[in-house]
Design a protein around this ligand. Structure first.
Ligand SMILES: [Zn+2]
Length: 290
């Protein structure tokens, strides 16, 4: 299949360097075809075909910097984008838990990611207690407020579900997985409207069969991974045998050189093949294939 027929989905987090991110957007405008979530969903549904060199721009976690820095740069170029948010952090002004770990623990993040969900929560709460007030204020301030997310929405950009407060779903029991997805879904219904496009991104890309089945029941149009590969279309509708379709994304940092962005979009990375294998294992697990 021609490379131009693949859908690339870029997954950014916070945006710290406006000039560098502007260079990314200029590259996308010049050489690629940025598309909206609506177009991606319509393509997966077989209703329309995406243009060649389609790229969907996404942001995970709901960083304030995305509204402050990325939104004006997207708007001046009239570019669509989607932000996947965690409503509990927004409503309760909570920090990203990994920021707490990095500020207060010597242990690597991966140690916390491997913990059972309840254990991780207890450990992170303990670390949070020991942070001084200025650090707590700084960390909580990294998350976008409701007013900021409203600005994002008012600009015509979409919001998606990234769970209630960003656990690793594969470390949660079934009841907690359900709570994380259903409560975030209800918040988005209230904030955006219940006729919204239902979009989901797995925190850390950790998909589980139970979560994917629930997303299908709730009417989600797609569930995004974090596996660093492009989507072949329509051959990869193999993934869409599962409801919702599982979609691959390419990790990207706003501070990366445009040459790096170009190489990732073109798939010029030898380790992509290893990521590809991992992704296929995930898809096979989710569709129940061996
Ligand atoms: Zn995330």
């Amino acid at each position: 299949m021609a490379l131009s027929r693949r859908l690339r989905v870029l997954a950014y987090h916070g945006i710290e360097d406006p000039a560098s991110f502007a260079a990314h957007l200029d590259l996308l405008v010049a050489d690629w075809h940025p598309v909206s979530a609506t177009e991606v969903v319509a393509d997966f549904a077989g209703e329309v075909a995406l243009p060649p060199n389609a790229v969907w721009i996404t942001f995970d976690d709901g960083h304030r910097s995305v509204v402050e820095t990325a939104l004006p740069l997207l708007s001046t170029r009239d570019l669509p984008a989607t932000m996947f948010v965690c409503p509990a952090l927004v409503e309760q002004r909570l920090p990203f838990w990994w920021d707490v770990v990095e500020a207060a623990s010597e242990q690597p993040l991966r140690t916390f990611k491997a913990m059972a969900d309840a254990d991780r929560r207890t450990r992170v709460a303990g670390l949070w207690e020991h942070l001084d007030r200025p650090t707590r204020t700084e960390l909580s301030g990294r998350v976008a407020t409701e007013a900021e997310l409203q600005r994002w929405q008012d600009a015509g950009l979409s919001l998606g579900n990234h769970t209630l407060d960003h656990p690793m779903l594969d470390r949660c029991d079934a009841a907690e997985q359900e709570r994380q997805i259903v409560e975030a879904d209800a918040w988005l219904d209230a904030f955006v409207g219940d006729d919204r496009l239902r979009l989901f991104a797995y925190p850390n890309g950790h998909a589980t069969p139970a979560a994917n089945e629930l997303l299908g029941t709730l009417g989600y149009s797609l569930a995004a991974l974090f596996d660093h590969r492009a989507n072949r279309r329509p051959v990869e509708r193999v993934a869409s045998l599962q409801r919702p379709p599982i979609i691959s994304r390419l990790r990207m940092s706003d501070t990366a050189a445009p040459s790096y962005l170009r190489s990732v979009l073109h798939g010029w990375r030898p380790w992509l093949s290893r990521a590809s294998e991992a992704r296929h294992r995930t898809v096979r697990r989710l569709v129940g294939a061996r």
